[in-house]
Design a protein around this ligand. Structure first.
Ligand code: ARG
Length: 566
C-alpha cells in the first residue's frame, strides 16, 4: 500500500538537502478537515533553516512539487503546504492491498522474536465471577489478539487468585459446616455462603481466626488434607469460570495463579534481604517506600505468611526468567494502581532494569443501570447471567427483525455476546461507565450489532452479486466523496492497530470500525451497488469486499464474531 506520508517526505527531502526524509515525515500533519488536503506540511522549521518567512517557503515548495503524480493538487495556505492525494491512486493502492492480504490486512511482524505477556481476567477462586470482571477479561483478550496480530509471541496468563489467608478461613468453614455434595451442585454461591458464615461466626468466636491462620499455614507447608480441599475449591471454581470463557471464546496459555509462586517466595525474600531493602517492623518484614512517596509494602507477616504483593514480585521474576518478556502487561482495575506502583518500585530497587517493561493497564469501573439485572443470588451480578440475558434479548430482537433467519440461536449468541464485548471496548478504558441494555443491543447506535449488521449487509451484497475477481477495475469510479471517505479509513486501519497496541487501548479499534461502518452506510445509501453498468458494479463491489474484510478483522481483534447473516 502506498504510504503517502513517505511519498511526501521523499519528494520534499530530495528538493531540500538540509532535511532528511525522516525529519520531513515527522513534520507532516493531518489537516483538521479534508478541504485543506489529506496531508499538510508546516514550514516553520524550514523557515528557521533558511531564515525566510514560512509563507514564502511554502510558496516555493509548491512550485517545486507541483509535478508529482501522486497528488492531484499541492497548494499552500499561509505557512502550510497542503497535499491532496490522487484519489484513483488511493483507491487502487488500498483496495489491491486488501484484496491481496484479505483478513491479514493490517497484520505486521513488528513483534517478531519478542515475547509479550498479557495477564488478564484473574478472578479469585471460590468467589463469584461477576460483572466487575468483564472489563479485564475482554480488554485483556483484545490486547492479546492485537499483539499477536502484530507478530509478537503472545502469552495469555490467568493469574488466578487462588492463594492467601482467606483459604484458611474457607477450609475451616468447610470442615465445620460444609457439605461436599451441596457445594458440587452449586459451587460458587455455596462457597460464598460458607465464607460469609465464617465471618459471622468469627465475630462471636475470635478463635476461629487463629484456626484459619493455622490452616493457611498448613496449606503453605504442604499439608495433604489442606492441599486436597484447596485443590478441590480450585477445580470446581475453574469449571465455573471456564463456562464463561467458552461463551466469550477466550483461551489462556497459562493458569499459573498466586499459588503457583508459593514455593518461589523464600528465594525472592532472600534476594530482597541481600539487596538490603527489607526492614523489620514488629516481627513483620516490610519495604520502606517513603522516599518514593508511597506507604510501606508489607512483604511477610509476623506469622511468616506472604502477601498478594509478595506473590506478584515472585511472579514477575519468574516470568522474566521463564519467558524473557519484552513486555509484561497487567490488565487490572485502576483501584490497584498503588499496588502496582509499589510493586514496580520494589522490583526496581531489587536491581532489575526490566521493571520498566512491566506495565499496569488500568481501567475504570462499570456500574449497572437500575433494573439491568435482578440479583436473585444476593447483591452480586454474575457475568454468566449477563451474557445469557444478552443472548435471550438478542434472540427476541432477531426473531422480530428477521424471522426466517437460519441458525437463529447461534446468531443470537454471536450478536448478544458480541454486543456486550463491543460495548465494553467502546469507551476509553480508563473511564467509568454505566452499562445499559438499550445502548448495548441497539442496531443503530455506535454498537456491536450495528457494526455486525453492516458486515452482514456487505456479505449479502457480495453473495448476491457473486463477487469474485478484481482484474481491470476502473478505480476512477471510486473517486467520489462517499467512496473516498471510506477508502481513507481503510487506509488508516494498519496504523490504527499499531496505535491501539502502543496505547494498550482497544477502543481505538472499536471506534475506527464504527467509523468505517458509518461511512460505508453513507456510501451504500448514495451509491447503488448492484447496477446495470458492469464496470461500476465491479468497482463498487470491490469496495464492499474491502469493508467487509476490514470490519471482520477489526471485530476479530476485539474478540467479537462477524456472522455472515443476521
Ligand atoms: N485476583 C485479583 C482480583 O480479583 C486480580 C489479580 C490481578 N493480577 C495481579 N497480578 N495482581 O482483584
Amino acid at each position: 500500500m502506498i504510504d503517502f506520508k513517505e511519498v511526501i517526505s521523499k519528494a520534499v527531502s530530495e528538493k531540500i538537502d538540509e532535511l532528511s526524509k525522516k525529519e520531513v515525515e515527522e513534520l507532516i500533519e493531518i489537516p483538521p478537515n479534508y478541504d485543506l488536503g489529506d496531508y499538510a506540511l508546516p514550514c516553520f522549521k524550514m523557515a528557521k533553516i533558511f531564515r525566510k518567512a514560512p509563507n514564502l517557503i511554502a510558496e516555493e515548495l509548491v512550485e517545486l512539487l507541483d509535478e508529482n503524480e501522486y497528488f492531484e493538487k499541492v497548494q499552500n495556505v499561509g505557512p502550510y503546504v497542503n497535499f491532496f492525494v490522487n484519489k484513483e491512486i488511493l483507491a487502487k493502492s488500498v483496495l489491491e492491498e486488501i484484496f491481496e492480504k484479505k483478513e491479514r490486512f493490517g497484520s505486521q511482524d513488528i513483534g517478531k522474536g519478542k515475547n509479550v505477556i498479557v495477564e488478564f481476567s484473574s478472578p479469585n477462586i471460590a468467589k463469584p465471577f461477576h460483572i466487575g470482571h468483564i472489563r479485564t477479561t475482554v480488554i485483556g483478550n483484545a490486547l492479546y489478539k492485537i499483539y499477536k496480530f502484530l507478530g509478537f509471541n503472545t502469552i495469555a496468563i490467568n493469574h488466578l487468585g487462588d492463594y492467601g489467608t482467606q483459604f484458611g478461613k474457607l477450609i475451616v468453614a468447610y470442615k465445620k459446616w460444609g457439605d461436599r455434595e451441596v457445594i458440587e451442585s452449586n459451587p460458587i454461591p455455596e462457597l460464598l455462603k460458607l465464607y460469609v458464615k465464617f465471618h459471622e461466626e468469627a465475630e462471636e468466636n475470635p478463635e476461629l481466626e487463629d484456626e484459619a491462620r493455622m490452616w493457611f499455614n498448613k496449606l503453605e507447608n504442604g499439608n495433604e488434607e489442606a492441599k486436597s480441599i484447596w485443590q478441590w475449591f480450585r477445580d470446581v471454581s475453574l469449571k465455573e469460570f471456564n463456562r464463561v470463557y467458552e461463551m466469550l471464546n477466550i483461551k489462556f496459555d497459562s493458569y499459573a495463579g498466586e499459588s503457583f509462586y508459593s514455593d518461589k517466595m523464600p528465594k525472592v525474600i532472600e534476594m530482597m534481604k541481600e539487596k538490603g531493602i527489607l526492614t523489620e517492623s514488629r516481627g513483620a518484614e516490610i519495604v520502606d517506600l517513603e522516599p518514593y512517596g508511597m506507604p510501606p509494602a508489607l512483604i511477610r507477616k509476623s506469622d511468616g505468611s506472604t502477601l498478594y504483593i509478595t506473590r506478584d514480585i515472585a511472579a514477575a521474576i519468574y516470568r522474566k526468567e521463564h519467558y524473557d518478556f519484552y513486555k509484561n502487561v497487567y490488565v487490572v482495575g485502576a483501584e490497584q494502581k498503588l499496588h502496582f506502583d509499589q510493586w514496580r518500585k520494589i522490583i526496581e530497587l531489587m536491581g532489575f532494569d526490566w521493571a520498566k517493561d512491566c506495565i499496569h493497564v488500568p481501567f475504570g469501573m462499570v456500574s449497572l443501570e437500575e433494573g439491568t439485572m435482578s440479583t436473585r443470588k444476593g447483591k452480586v451480578v454474575f457475568l454468566e447471567d449477563v451474557l445469557k440475558k444478552a443472548i435471550e434479548k438478542t434472540e427476541d430482537i432477531i426473531s422480530k427483525k428477521n424471522p426466517n433467519l437460519k441458525d437463529k440461536r447461534k446468531v443470537a449468541e454471536q450478536v448478544g455476546i458480541g454486543a456486550v464485548v463491543f460495548q465494553e471496548l467502546s469507551n476509553n478504558r480508563i473511564k467509568d461507565y454505566v452499562f445499559s441494555w438499550d445502548r448495548t443491543l441497539s442496531f443503530d447506535g455506535e454498537t456491536g450489532p450495528y457494526v455486525q449488521y453492516t458486515h452482514a449487509r456487505a456479505s449479502s451484497l457480495l453473495e448476491k452479486a457473486d463477487f469474485k475477481i478484481t482484474e481491470n477495475v476502473d478505480y476512477s469510479i471510486l473517486t467520489n466523496e462517499q467512496a473516498v471517505n471510506v477508502l481513507r479509513l481503510l487506509q488508516q486501519f494498519p496504523k490504527v492497530i499499531v496505535n491501539a497496541m502502543e496505547k494498550n487501548e482497544p477502543s481505538i479499534i472499536t471506534r475506527h470500525i464504527v467509523d468505517i461502518a458509518q461511512e460505508f452506510n453513507r456510501f451504500y445509501h448514495d451509491c447503488p451497488i448492484i447496477v446495470e453498468d458492469e464496470k461500476v458494479q465491479k468497482a463498487r463491489l470491490l469496495l464492499v469486499y474491502a469493508v467487509k474484510t476490514v470490519i471482520k478483522t477489526g471485530l476479530g481483534l476485539l474478540g467479537v464474531e462477524a456472522p455472515e447473516k443476521m
